[in-house]
Write a protein that binds this ligand. Structure first.
Ligand code: NI
Length: 257
Protein backbone atom coordinates (compact mmCIF):
# COMPACT_ATOMS: atom_id res chain seq x y z
CA UNK A 1 0.00 0.00 0.00
CA UNK A 2 1.07 3.56 -0.69
CA UNK A 3 1.59 6.52 1.63
CA UNK A 4 0.72 10.04 0.51
CA UNK A 5 3.65 11.76 2.20
CA UNK A 6 2.30 15.30 1.71
CA UNK A 7 -1.35 16.30 1.59
CA UNK A 8 -3.41 19.22 2.82
CA UNK A 9 -6.63 17.76 4.20
CA UNK A 10 -6.45 20.85 6.41
CA UNK A 11 -7.24 22.97 3.31
CA UNK A 12 -10.79 24.33 3.27
CA UNK A 13 -11.45 22.58 -0.06
CA UNK A 14 -10.74 19.12 1.41
CA UNK A 15 -11.62 19.57 5.08
CA UNK A 16 -15.40 19.05 4.66
CA UNK A 17 -14.63 15.72 2.90
CA UNK A 18 -11.90 14.55 5.30
CA UNK A 19 -14.09 11.85 6.90
CA UNK A 20 -14.91 10.25 3.55
CA UNK A 21 -11.43 10.65 2.11
CA UNK A 22 -9.84 8.88 5.08
CA UNK A 23 -12.43 6.09 5.32
CA UNK A 24 -11.70 5.29 1.65
CA UNK A 25 -7.92 4.97 2.23
CA UNK A 26 -7.84 1.16 2.25
CA UNK A 27 -10.11 0.85 -0.81
CA UNK A 28 -7.87 3.40 -2.56
CA UNK A 29 -4.71 1.41 -1.79
CA UNK A 30 -3.46 3.90 0.79
CA UNK A 31 -1.87 2.85 4.05
CA UNK A 32 -1.76 6.36 5.50
CA UNK A 33 -1.10 10.02 4.69
CA UNK A 34 0.74 12.96 6.19
CA UNK A 35 -1.19 16.21 6.52
CA UNK A 36 1.12 19.21 6.34
CA UNK A 37 0.65 22.65 7.88
CA UNK A 38 1.93 25.92 6.38
CA UNK A 39 0.95 28.51 9.01
CA UNK A 40 -0.34 28.30 12.58
CA UNK A 41 -4.07 27.70 11.86
CA UNK A 42 -3.30 24.99 9.27
CA UNK A 43 -0.71 23.40 11.59
CA UNK A 44 -3.21 23.35 14.47
CA UNK A 45 -5.76 21.76 12.14
CA UNK A 46 -3.26 19.17 10.84
CA UNK A 47 -2.40 18.12 14.41
CA UNK A 48 -6.08 17.97 15.34
CA UNK A 49 -6.93 15.78 12.32
CA UNK A 50 -3.99 13.48 13.06
CA UNK A 51 -5.19 13.05 16.63
CA UNK A 52 -8.65 12.17 15.34
CA UNK A 53 -7.75 9.73 12.54
CA UNK A 54 -5.48 6.76 13.08
CA UNK A 55 -4.24 6.69 9.47
CA UNK A 56 -3.35 10.35 9.36
CA UNK A 57 -0.14 11.96 10.63
CA UNK A 58 0.78 15.64 10.84
CA UNK A 59 3.71 17.91 10.04
CA UNK A 60 3.61 21.38 11.59
CA UNK A 61 5.45 24.58 10.74
CA UNK A 62 5.50 27.92 8.95
CA UNK A 63 5.83 28.08 5.16
CA UNK A 64 8.11 30.68 3.52
CA UNK A 65 4.98 32.49 2.24
CA UNK A 66 4.04 33.15 5.88
CA UNK A 67 7.56 33.72 7.19
CA UNK A 68 6.66 37.27 8.28
CA UNK A 69 4.24 35.74 10.83
CA UNK A 70 6.91 33.54 12.46
CA UNK A 71 8.00 34.45 15.99
CA UNK A 72 9.05 32.71 19.19
CA UNK A 73 5.49 32.41 20.52
CA UNK A 74 4.60 30.46 17.37
CA UNK A 75 7.67 28.26 17.70
CA UNK A 76 6.63 27.49 21.27
CA UNK A 77 3.20 26.50 20.02
CA UNK A 78 4.78 24.31 17.31
CA UNK A 79 6.85 22.63 20.03
CA UNK A 80 3.70 22.01 22.09
CA UNK A 81 1.88 20.52 19.07
CA UNK A 82 4.91 18.28 18.47
CA UNK A 83 4.47 16.64 21.84
CA UNK A 84 1.72 14.57 20.17
CA UNK A 85 3.13 11.26 18.88
CA UNK A 86 1.08 11.81 15.70
CA UNK A 87 3.11 14.91 14.78
CA UNK A 88 5.98 13.40 12.80
CA UNK A 89 7.95 16.36 11.41
CA UNK A 90 8.44 20.13 11.09
CA UNK A 91 7.30 21.77 7.84
CA UNK A 92 6.64 22.89 5.38
CA UNK A 93 9.53 25.28 5.82
CA UNK A 94 11.98 26.67 3.30
CA UNK A 95 12.34 29.32 0.61
CA UNK A 96 9.99 30.37 -2.19
CA UNK A 97 11.47 32.92 -4.62
CA UNK A 98 8.77 32.24 -7.21
CA UNK A 99 6.07 34.14 -5.31
CA UNK A 100 8.34 36.05 -2.87
CA UNK A 101 5.35 36.57 -0.55
CA UNK A 102 7.69 37.28 2.37
CA UNK A 103 10.95 39.24 1.96
CA UNK A 104 13.84 36.85 1.26
CA UNK A 105 15.83 37.81 4.36
CA UNK A 106 12.80 37.01 6.53
CA UNK A 107 12.23 33.70 4.71
CA UNK A 108 15.84 32.74 5.40
CA UNK A 109 15.55 33.65 9.09
CA UNK A 110 12.36 31.62 9.64
CA UNK A 111 13.89 28.72 7.69
CA UNK A 112 17.04 28.66 9.86
CA UNK A 113 15.09 29.05 13.09
CA UNK A 114 12.74 26.17 12.29
CA UNK A 115 15.64 23.89 11.29
CA UNK A 116 17.04 24.47 14.78
CA UNK A 117 13.61 23.99 16.34
CA UNK A 118 13.20 20.63 14.57
CA UNK A 119 16.57 19.55 15.90
CA UNK A 120 15.58 20.49 19.45
CA UNK A 121 12.39 18.46 19.02
CA UNK A 122 14.21 15.51 17.43
CA UNK A 123 12.05 15.63 14.27
CA UNK A 124 12.81 15.58 10.53
CA UNK A 125 12.25 18.70 8.39
CA UNK A 126 9.92 18.87 5.36
CA UNK A 127 11.18 21.48 2.92
CA UNK A 128 9.37 23.60 0.35
CA UNK A 129 12.03 25.04 -1.98
CA UNK A 130 10.97 26.87 -5.11
CA UNK A 131 13.40 28.67 -7.42
CA UNK A 132 15.75 28.99 -4.46
CA UNK A 133 17.89 25.85 -4.56
CA UNK A 134 21.24 27.62 -4.33
CA UNK A 135 20.28 29.65 -1.25
CA UNK A 136 18.66 26.54 0.27
CA UNK A 137 21.89 24.62 -0.30
CA UNK A 138 23.87 27.31 1.51
CA UNK A 139 21.52 27.41 4.50
CA UNK A 140 21.27 23.62 4.79
CA UNK A 141 25.03 23.07 4.66
CA UNK A 142 25.60 25.85 7.22
CA UNK A 143 22.95 24.27 9.45
CA UNK A 144 24.21 20.77 8.86
CA UNK A 145 24.77 20.08 12.57
CA UNK A 146 21.01 20.55 13.14
CA UNK A 147 19.99 18.03 10.48
CA UNK A 148 20.38 14.81 12.44
CA UNK A 149 16.75 13.74 12.17
CA UNK A 150 16.29 13.71 8.42
CA UNK A 151 15.51 16.09 5.55
CA UNK A 152 12.76 15.75 2.94
CA UNK A 153 12.63 17.91 -0.16
CA UNK A 154 8.90 17.94 -0.85
CA UNK A 155 7.64 18.37 -4.44
CA UNK A 156 11.25 18.27 -5.61
CA UNK A 157 11.73 20.56 -8.61
CA UNK A 158 15.50 21.00 -8.57
CA UNK A 159 18.02 19.60 -11.02
CA UNK A 160 19.62 16.17 -11.02
CA UNK A 161 22.87 17.91 -10.02
CA UNK A 162 21.19 19.27 -6.89
CA UNK A 163 20.00 15.71 -6.09
CA UNK A 164 23.71 14.85 -5.73
CA UNK A 165 24.37 17.93 -3.59
CA UNK A 166 21.47 17.29 -1.18
CA UNK A 167 22.30 13.59 -1.07
CA UNK A 168 25.46 14.60 0.81
CA UNK A 169 23.04 15.56 3.60
CA UNK A 170 21.37 12.16 3.24
CA UNK A 171 18.18 13.93 2.05
CA UNK A 172 14.98 12.28 0.87
CA UNK A 173 13.09 13.51 -2.21
CA UNK A 174 9.31 13.43 -2.76
CA UNK A 175 7.65 13.61 -6.17
CA UNK A 176 4.02 14.31 -6.95
CA UNK A 177 1.64 15.15 -9.79
CA UNK A 178 4.24 17.28 -11.58
CA UNK A 179 5.97 14.12 -12.86
CA UNK A 180 2.85 13.34 -14.93
CA UNK A 181 2.83 16.72 -16.70
CA UNK A 182 3.87 17.03 -20.34
CA UNK A 183 6.80 19.29 -19.48
CA UNK A 184 8.15 16.95 -16.77
CA UNK A 185 11.41 16.01 -18.51
CA UNK A 186 13.55 17.92 -16.00
CA UNK A 187 11.64 16.42 -13.03
CA UNK A 188 11.94 12.90 -14.43
CA UNK A 189 15.69 13.27 -14.90
CA UNK A 190 15.95 14.39 -11.28
CA UNK A 191 13.80 11.47 -10.10
CA UNK A 192 16.05 8.99 -11.90
CA UNK A 193 19.04 10.47 -10.06
CA UNK A 194 17.49 9.90 -6.61
CA UNK A 195 18.82 6.83 -4.76
CA UNK A 196 15.93 4.33 -4.57
CA UNK A 197 16.12 4.27 -0.78
CA UNK A 198 15.53 8.03 -0.69
CA UNK A 199 12.41 8.26 -2.92
CA UNK A 200 8.95 9.23 -1.60
CA UNK A 201 5.59 9.86 -3.30
CA UNK A 202 3.06 12.57 -2.51
CA UNK A 203 0.08 14.47 -3.90
CA UNK A 204 0.29 17.96 -2.29
CA UNK A 205 -3.50 17.85 -2.68
CA UNK A 206 -5.65 19.87 -3.32
CA UNK A 207 -2.84 21.29 -5.53
CA UNK A 208 -0.66 19.65 -8.22
CA UNK A 209 -3.38 17.39 -9.63
CA UNK A 210 -1.86 14.71 -11.88
CA UNK A 211 -2.79 14.11 -15.52
CA UNK A 212 -5.56 13.40 -16.63
CA UNK A 213 -7.31 15.40 -13.86
CA UNK A 214 -5.28 18.61 -14.16
CA UNK A 215 -7.40 21.64 -13.34
CA UNK A 216 -9.55 19.67 -10.89
CA UNK A 217 -9.14 19.24 -7.13
CA UNK A 218 -6.43 16.76 -6.16
CA UNK A 219 -7.01 13.98 -3.58
CA UNK A 220 -4.71 11.58 -1.68
CA UNK A 221 -6.01 8.64 -3.79
CA UNK A 222 -4.42 10.19 -6.89
CA UNK A 223 -1.02 9.28 -5.48
CA UNK A 224 -1.79 6.06 -7.38
CA UNK A 225 -1.27 7.96 -10.64
CA UNK A 226 2.03 9.31 -9.34
CA UNK A 227 3.08 5.75 -8.44
CA UNK A 228 2.11 4.52 -11.94
CA UNK A 229 4.28 7.20 -13.51
CA UNK A 230 7.19 6.37 -11.19
CA UNK A 231 6.92 2.68 -12.23
CA UNK A 232 7.06 3.66 -15.88
CA UNK A 233 10.00 6.04 -15.52
CA UNK A 234 12.08 3.89 -13.17
CA UNK A 235 11.10 0.65 -14.94
CA UNK A 236 10.13 -1.05 -11.72
CA UNK A 237 7.12 -3.24 -10.91
CA UNK A 238 4.30 -1.55 -9.06
CA UNK A 239 4.81 -3.69 -5.91
CA UNK A 240 8.43 -2.57 -5.77
CA UNK A 241 7.54 1.13 -5.97
CA UNK A 242 4.94 0.66 -3.23
CA UNK A 243 7.27 -1.28 -0.96
CA UNK A 244 10.25 1.04 -1.46
CA UNK A 245 8.41 4.35 -1.05
CA UNK A 246 6.40 3.14 1.96
CA UNK A 247 9.53 1.83 3.69
CA UNK A 248 11.39 5.06 2.94
CA UNK A 249 8.57 7.18 4.37
CA UNK A 250 8.53 5.23 7.63
CA UNK A 251 12.33 5.24 7.91
CA UNK A 252 12.38 9.04 7.61
CA UNK A 253 9.34 9.73 9.79
CA UNK A 254 10.25 7.47 12.68
CA UNK A 255 7.09 8.28 14.61
CA UNK A 256 4.96 6.62 11.89
CA UNK A 257 3.76 3.08 12.48
NI1 NI B 1 2.31 21.48 0.38
Amino acid sequence: MLIDSHCHLNDERLLPEADNIISDFVADGLESAICVGYDMPSSEKAAELADKYEKLYAVVGIHPHDATTADYDKYERIATLSSSPKVVGIGEIGLDYHYDLSPRAIQKGAFREQIELADTLGLPVVLHIREAYEDARQILFEARRYLNNGVLLHCYSGSKEFVKVFSELDAYFAFGGAITFNNAKHNLEAMKAVPLDRLLLETDCPYMTPVPYRGKTNYPRLVNLVADKACEVLELPREEIERITTENTKRLFIRMK
